[in-house]
Design a protein around this ligand. Structure first.
Ligand code: ATP
Ligand code: MG
Length: 420
């Protein structure tokens, strides 16, 4: 061990588990690429005010969880705690919304930072893959995103997750509900901080995870009963479209999300094998966000799926992903001449697109064969002085143990044939 360790609340992705992370990212990416989303990458930090205004001054993310810093030049920055505000900022900056085709559909993948109480499934550095559809108010778009996330989880082999769905209303009906909820909350036995939250952002109180708070919220007024006709009709269409796609969901009238910008459709994917950190992904519509960060009206919808918790969910369900072995052919060279020749063969195989590796470090036969086994390779290429004198190398099937001599210039063809 070195003097240093990964900072609290973080961990390193190392083989073989890191391959699962890559596969999760890839599977989600495949779904959104296949649906017309283009890749976007933004900086790891932004002007702190982008998040203060975009995510919301009263949210936990902005008040407690953001890593902020002042640069030597005096700029106030924050490590990004989430992706949506940055992606929308980038789209506005590049005028993507003015180039005719709305919605602008973008996806991203990256690291996010929140100063949280570190525990299983909750880290200070974590990974998300997200998708955003910017500039269109169309229930089919909300439905598309929910269906794509569902497809990604299914493709990974997850089964024990549920989709929770709600509508948060819009600027017509939410203020009326907000008043009603506030009046209700003022009558409860809540601590100072929660009462303060009830004044600034009462919907957030519904998301309080404490049992004593939840108990008092049983009779809280529900947004469902306050939705205006337009929001009701919109929500009904989203429900119909995802139902028609065969995606099963649960209506959850108390579902709110931890970010202020959500309007209308909100949803969360929860996994039942994860204990209290059960949300594997979530998202919704954010029709007002663009204006909140100084842009034009651009109704939008998106989600972010947590890669870390998705991997934990796979482990909880005991799903083994069908990962291709990193190495197909492993070369074992005995003696200097063999090293030179087999190293050349490995290069030749790699140039032909075949995953090949080499026994480095000048080990003997036993140590080298151990390396070959550990690599998971299907074939071993073995050569010593006697083979080379005959102009051949031994090609060994690692599973059956069968071995045959192959002429030096026939290695690539023989490997291709055996690998199929
Ligand atoms: P939670 O309610 O669990 O705090 P959240 O509402 O803050 O989640 P979002 O901001 O919607 O989460 O992020 C989307 C996804 O990113 C979450 O569903 C989760 O999988 C993942 N995520 C969020 N925060 C963390 C974290 N601190 N550690 C690991 N994953 C996280
Ligand atoms: Mg959170």
């Amino acid at each position: 061990m070195s003097t240093f360790q990964a900072p609290k609340g973080t961990y390193d992705l190392i083989p073989p588990r890191s391959a699962v992370f890559l596969a999760v990212r890839d599977t989600i990416a495949t779904q959104v690429r296949n649906a017309g989303y283009g890749y976007v990458e933004t900086p790891g930090f932004e002007d702190v005010n982008l998040f203060a205004r975009g995510v919301g001054e009263s949210t936990d993310i902005v008040t407690k969880e953001m890593y902020t810093l002042t640069t030597k030049g005096g700029d106030q920055l924050a490590l990004r705690p989430e992706g949506t505000a940055s992606v929308l900022r980038a789209a506005l900056q590049a005028n993507l919304h003015k180039q005719g085709n709305l919605p602008v559909k973008l996806w991203y993948s990256g690291s996010y930072y929140r100063y949280e109480r570190a525990q299983a499934g909750r880290y200070r550095h974590f990974s998300q893959v997200g998708a955003e559809a910017i500039g269109a108010e169309d229930p089919a778009l909300d439905a598309e995103l929910i269906i794509l996330a569902d497809q990604a989880y299914r493709a990974l082999g997850l089964r024990q997750y549920r989709i929770l769905l709600n509508s948060l209303g819009d600027k017509e009906c939410r203020p009326v509900y907000r008043e009603a909820l506030q009046t209700f909350l003022r009558g409860l036995d809540l601590d100072e901080e929660t009462l303060r939250r009830a004044e600034i952002n009462p919907l957030r109180v519904l998301d309080d995870k404490r049992a004593d708070v939840q108990k008092q919220l049983v009779d809280a007024p529900l947004l469902r009963d306050y939705l205006c006709d337009a929001c009701k009709a919109y929500h009904e269409q989203v429900r119909e479209l995802i139902t028609a796609a065969g995606v099963v969901f649960e209506d959850d009238p108390k579902l709110v999300r931890g970010l202020d910008y959500y309007t209308r459709t909100t949803f969360e994917f929860v996994h039942d094998g994860l204990g209290s950190q059960s949300a594997v992904g979530g998202g919704g519509r954010y029709d007002g966000l663009s204006e909140m960060i100084g842009g034009p009206a651009l109704p939008s919808v998106g989600w972010a799926l947590g890669v870390d918790r998705t991997v934990l969910a796979l482990e909880a369900e005991g799903v083994e992903l069908d990962l291709p072995a990193a190495t197909s052919v492993f070369a074992v060279a005995l003696g200097e001449e063999a090293r030179r020749i087999l190293f050349g063969k490995v290069t030749e195989l790699r140039r032909a697109g075949i995953a090949a590796d080499f026994s480095f470090g000048g080990k003997g036969l036993k140590g080298s064969m151990k390396d070959a086994n550990r690599s998971g390779a299907r074939l071993a290429l073995v050569a010593g002085e006697r083979d080379l004198a005959e102009g051949v190398v031994q090609l060994k099937d690692m599973e059956s143990g069968e071995q045959r001599a192959v002429a030096l210039d026939g290695v690539l063809d023989a490997v291709r044939e055996l690998l199929g």
